[in-house]
Design a binder for this molecule. Sequence first.
Ligand code: IVH
Length: 693
Amino acid sequence: MSESLFDTKYEDARLRHSKLIKEILRHDEKYHRQDAPEISDGEYDALRRELESIEKDFPDLASKNSPSQKVGAKPAKGFNKIKHAVPMLSLGNVFSEEELNEFLERVRKFLGLDDTELLEIIAEPKIDGLSCSLRYENSILVQAATRGDGAEGEDILANVKTISDIPQKLPDDVPSVLEVRGEVYMRRDDFAALNQQQTAKGKAEFANPRNAAAGSLRQLDATITASRPLYFFGYALGEVSDSFSPTQWGIREKLSAWGFTAANPAALCQNAKDIMTYYNSINEARPDLNFEIDGVVYKVNRLDYQERLGFVSRAPRWATAHKFPAEKAITILHDIDIQVGRTGVLTPVARLEPITVGGVVVSNATLHNADEIARKDVRIGDHVTIQRAGDVIPQVLGYIESKRKADSKPYVFPNNCPVCGSTAIREEGEVATRCTGGLICAAQAVERLKHFVSRLAFDIDGLGAKIVEQFWKEGLIKTPADIFTLQERDKKSLTPIRAKEGWGEQSARNLFASIEARRVIAFNRFIYALGIRQIGEATAKKLAATYGDLPTLRRSVYAAQDRHSEAYNDLINIEDIGPSVADDLIGFFTETHNLDLLDELEGALTIEPYTLPSKGDSPVAGKTVVFTGSLEQVTRSEAKAKAESLGAKVAGSVSKKTDYVIAGADAGSKLNKAKDLGVEVLTEQEWLDLIRP
Ligand code: IVH
């Protein structure tokens, strides 16, 4: 190699190396400190691998500062956890006028309103910041928490007290317990100024105002928060000791009177036309607003309606977000990588020339599956159009024909898993191609572990995705059960965790403590953690509510192998569980490795039987009920939702296990069956009397 050629190569490598370091550190920060990863773990690994390969070729680049010498950033520690008195929910989405109409229709139908009845909707900006719950007791700010997983957040009171437009004392006439929820955000001009300062100090810029607000608020040192210009918009309530307004609009006015800032413009709309007028005008005004919004939020105005509508899983039925259209850009598709997920699904990921879309640098996008690639006919080397909408993963839309190279070739989807080499197959009627390697596939095993420790599952602090990968590679944790023997084994190890690069006495001790803290786990979380195909959070809860504890669930699903058994009937009788979900469950609970794993976990853990979310004093808590015929006073959906909120299980058909059948007008075969089986039958009125508080 000639001297000058080497120089150029070295120079290229040095530049790329320094860029990679910046990128990796930024993602470390995002992942470990802000809980807001922008890229997948696979993508992150690719960056680290590239860094390591450059350092192998040019060893003098591997200085002490290189992330290759450390294991991720230290996790943010020190915030206390706070349980929310009322869960902090997220919002469903609509993306078009049509979907808006569907939302309004759903609400009307649930409430049983006909077209002549007024359904007022309040429309407000959807602020792109961090949600936060402020608790006032006797008018004094006593608690402030992040949303966290919705049930439990982090105590950020000290930080919140530095935000100038958050009142620390309210007038005397407010309810004695008052939780105000809203968004902490950074104004656009302040954001620009902060980034200038960051650059001047040689520090990394923040990608957007939301990230800057997050980075500023989640500081263990509140003096840093105080030095950052943050503001707060109040828009909802948590726990309140006395109600003080019959409408959402009234809440808005009261909050303003008490010293909170409300986001403007807002509108009280009477129909879809009003709503669309609001939406279009705010979309136009968007560039002139001094805060970032990523859509608008619609809320049913009447609180009695909100109460009746309640929520599904994690989002209220009485509100939704209308997101702005996605932003698009054109860039080069350098490569297509295949990622292997927890259930073996192979997902093609586009590696792109990095490009800024809507304020965020995008270098990867999803291509969904083999069919999508074929349909769009995107090829490596193409110029492609990509789109990013809100927090949704960027997507590749298509390619630019005039820029296609003459020698480009259609992409061929692999027939084997890129990680374990097992055959990848597509089952009849499925879009996903799956690796058949099961647990011999490293990718599946690792992804399953990551899922097991993730936030809605075991939520083990200090055992993030990166550490799981590392421990897996080192053979320390191969199965979920290994997590709970880690400390015992570590005591005898010649290379204990505390001695590892990036660790120490304290961090190892913290890790063991957070594992110990999770030896007691709620049954529904446990089911979700198993990562069974098609079993998300909501279905896990339904299974927990139906079977109550793990031995019963195991026994029942095992027995359901016989498709003619009562156990099978009971299983598919659970709402949301049809034959396909039932197959996945049966598949899981009959597989030997899984049964061994369950035995081990049962031995290591205390799995708390599911307690129904009701005040246990409702006479219908724990009962199985079936509605049939047409109801007159409430709609079927509302009746079901109400029964569930009181802790009853609502089934689709009558069996010996049914406690009550509520028969409306024209009830047919279900009523007859109830009579045959001697199940108690109630009229709609009798039911309403029974559940009246
Ligand atoms: S109301 C029950 N109003 O958007 C949920 N949320 O994507 C009540 N958000 O978790 C939320 N602006 O953090 C509401 N004007 C607004 C909002 C807003 C931003 C956030 C909120 C929510 C998230 C859902």
